[in-house]
Design a binder for this molecule. Structure first.
Ligand SMILES: Cc1cc2nc3c(=O)[nH]c(=O)nc-3n(C[C@H](O)[C@H](O)[C@H](O)COP(=O)(O)O)c2cc1C
Length: 124
């Protein structure tokens, strides 16, 4: 499954690297977020105020991208308590897809394993 992700301080990018060299992942560029994805994909998004993650919304609203979105994974910081992964939750609601998984920062080896299992389940 293709992965599309956004990263502001590099934690999500580090998580992507942990998935190994064969992963098919594309980062959303905040300056130029509009590109078309014509295959099913999972979105991994960090948590920030809406203004910062707006390029992700722009990307999802572009062309038919939302139709290919299968689910969202949130990365955040549990110190934010009830605001933990609110970006992923809000986007999931807006685009009517499930939150597949969540983790903190760049993820632990267990998070890598759980993420892979969640994506595999989606594909089966
Ligand atoms: C200014 C700022 C605000 C943040 N707000 C939240 C938040 O409301 N909820 C949350 O779960 N994490 C929050 N985080 C944590 C980040 O979403 C988390 O560290 C994430 O892994 C960062 O991913 P990135 O480095 O790929 O951008 C915040 C981080 C920063 C620096």
């Amino acid at each position: 499954m293709k992965i599309i992700y956004f990263s502001v301080t590099g934690q999500t990018r580090r998580f992507i690297k942990k998935l190994g060299p064969t992963v098919d992942a594309t980062e959303i560029d905040p300056v130029d977020p509009l590109f078309m994805v014509n295959e099913p994909f999972v979105l991994i998004v960090p948590t920030y105020e809406d203004e910062i993650t707006y390029p992700v919304t722009e990307f999802l609203e572009y062309a038919n991208n939302a139709a290919s979105l299968k689910g969202i994974v949130g990365t955040g910081n549990r110190n934010f308590a009830e605001l933990f992964i609110f970006t992923a939750k809000n986007l999931a609601k807006k685009f009517n897809v499930p939150v597949l998984y969540s983790f903190e920062f760049n993820g632990t080896p267990t998070d890598v394993q759980n993420f892979k299992e969640a994506v595999n389940k989606l594909e089966s």
